[in-house]
Design a protein around this ligand. Structure first.
Ligand SMILES: Nc1ncnc2c1ncn2[C@@H]1O[C@H](COP(=O)(O)OP(=O)(O)O)[C@@H](O)[C@H]1O
Ligand SMILES: [Mg+2]
Length: 499
């Protein structure tokens, strides 16, 4: 009988736990393999490694070893401490071990008995890995470790030996390498060939504005998202924002072929609003509220979401330029009390509170300046909640367009906004939600406005003349509607009132 040894499936992954990174890689690092992480000095390699080991030990039950060449154990602890991570405690609990190699002068890769031998160090790592049952290893930096090796062949063999040892231990490892202005050093290039995966970190700046970017350059036999994506080092650790929302696996969630589409319907029960339509709205509908200053487009959008809350739907309210407290107060004043819907697992979430809690408010401006980052967060909200029914509103597109056009964000332009919007509109259709977007058309070119109006299922125009506000349904896909202008008012305690 022939025994066939089953190999582990190639796609088995180790989630790092680093925000956004596991979506960028569509699952995490390849289990039991090694990646090379390279980038300029100060770009964030060491923070990434600490984050990786910390999340492993605290969230995934995977212990780890930190082999540090540049910094001493105390420095690493301090560094971790600046993110609120108590490394010393994890060391005491036997979950993380730090091995310092700064005083090691490796000149011989096979020497097993002296401090000059790589073999000796690998023996230490192996012993430690067995002792604490390590599943993650970081070598920061690989070049520092092998700095004394002069011969390129020795370096190559050294790197190979390290990777081989770590793979045999079954550890998922990160090896870091510094790059200078002249690019990758010879040693790093060798590591690029040998490593199973390669990730690079970059820095970009325009004037006073700086952004860090990350790219997964290679991950053998694994699907991942291509290109450079922004990441931030915040007091809570590393946050990566894949500018692609491909991580929502349509098949996995049974989406894409909406069962009840066109049959399952919903309504917007703002008094008299439904009278303007021949029937209910299909689920998966996008509504543009187009109105300038004084038309109360924001309140209109909030009213549509509040109606959803009353029907038990989950709502995400994105206010680009009003802090949630101000919106909350104003909504309460006109009869939309949000409090009952905002408990911990509440149905209503204000986008900036969500960002504040998960990431930190200091990134809000960066997020509003790059709608694709916003899109990623909105999709995460959906994935985390998986609401049966939901509505979201983006108030306002005008502010987003303005922010995207800023000169210091030269690579984030109107095209990103359109891409963001196209993606939102499609997600609403595929996921069966209701999307509401406000815009002040006077602030934009006709061309852009036409494109946005085209994407939408319903367009409601709002106008103010002589202090009187009126609205009309300019377009409603699939439903017959009354196109006349109708006066409306925002009434204290009552919300939007049509007459
Ligand atoms: N607690 C922190 N909060 C915010 N940013 C931090 C914090 N700690 C470090 N950083 C940022 O990380 C940078 C250092 O990154 P590091 O990972 O040491 O770079 P590398 O290892 O690539 O040389 C610092 O220059 C700083 O910008
Ligand atoms: Mg470093």
């Amino acid at each position: 009988m022939i025994m066939v040894k089953m190999k582990q499936p190639d796609s088995e992954r180790t989630p790092t736990g680093i925000y956004g990174f596991d979506d960028l890689t569509l699952g995490g690092l390849r289990k039991g393999r090694d990646v090379l992480l390279y980038g300029e000095c100060g770009v964030g390699k060491t923070v990434f490694c600490i984050d990786y080991l910390y999340k492993g030990a605290t969230e995934y039950g995977e212990n780890g070893i930190y082999v540090t060449d540049e910094e001493l154990t105390g420095d690493i602890r301090k560094n971790a401490g600046s993110f609120g991570w108590d490394l010393k405690k994890l060391e005491d609990e036997g979950k993380i071990a730090v091995i310092e190699t700064r005083d090691l002068w490796i000149t011989d890769i096979s020497d097993l008995s002296t401090e000059y031998g790589l073999g000796n160090l690998l023996k230490d790592i192996t012993g430690m890995a067995k002792e604490i049952g390590a599943k993650r290893v970081v070598i920061d930096t690989i070049w520092g470790l092998l700095r004394e090796l002069r011969e390129p062949t020795a370096v190559r063999r050294g790197i190979f030996k390290i990777m081989d040892t770590l793979e045999k231990l079954g550890c998922t490892s990160i090896l870091t390498s510094e790059v200078g202005e002249s690019g990758l050093s010879h040693e790093s290039r060798t590591a690029v060939f040998l490593a199973d995966g390669v990730i690079s970190m970059h820095r970009k700046s325009w004037g006073a504005h700086h952004v860090r970017e990350m790219e997964v350059e290679k991950m053998r036999s694994c699907e991942h998202i291509f290109g450079r994506h922004p990441f931030f080092i915040t007091p809570k650790g590393i946050f990566v924002f894949p500018l692609s929302t491909r991580f929502i696996k349509y098949k996995k969630y049974g989406l894409g072929e909406k069962k009840g589409r066109g049959i399952e319907r919903t309504s917007i029960d703002i008094p008299k609003f439904m009278n303007l339509l021949s029937g209910k709205l299909p689920r998966g509908y996008n509504i543009l509220l187009s109105g300038g200053v004084g038309t109360n487009a924001s309140s209109f959008a909030q009213g549509i979401l509040y109606d959803g809350l009353k029907k038990g739907e989950s709502c995400l309210l994105v206010n680009t330029h009003q802090p949630s407290n101000a919106v909350r107060e104003f909504m309460a004043e006109i009869g939309m009390d949000t409090e009952p819907y905002e408990s911990d697992d509440g149905k209503l979430l204000f986008f900036d509170d969500y960002v504040g809690k998960q990431i930190g408010r200091e990134l809000l401006i960066d997020i509003f300046s790059n709608p694709l980052m916003m899109g990623y967060i909105m999709d995460r909200w959906w994935r985390d909640k998986k609401p049966e029914h939901f509505r979201w509103s983006v108030n306002s597109l005008t502010v987003l367009i303005g922010m995207s056009k800023r000169e210091d964000h030269a690579d984030v332009d109107v095209a990103s906004l359109e891409r963001f919007l196209y993606d939102r509109v499609r997600k609403i259709r595929d996921l069966g939600g209701l999307g509401v977007y406000t815009i002040n058309e006077a602030a934009h070119s006709k061309n852009l406005i036409n494109q946005i109006r085209n994407m939408m299922d319903m367009v409601i125009d709002l106008e103010v003349t002589d202090n009187k506000t009126s609205m009309r349904i300019a377009k409603s896909r699939g439903i017959i509607s009354n196109h006349d202008w109708h006066p409306y008012e925002i009434v204290k305690g009552k919300g939007i009132v049509l007459s």
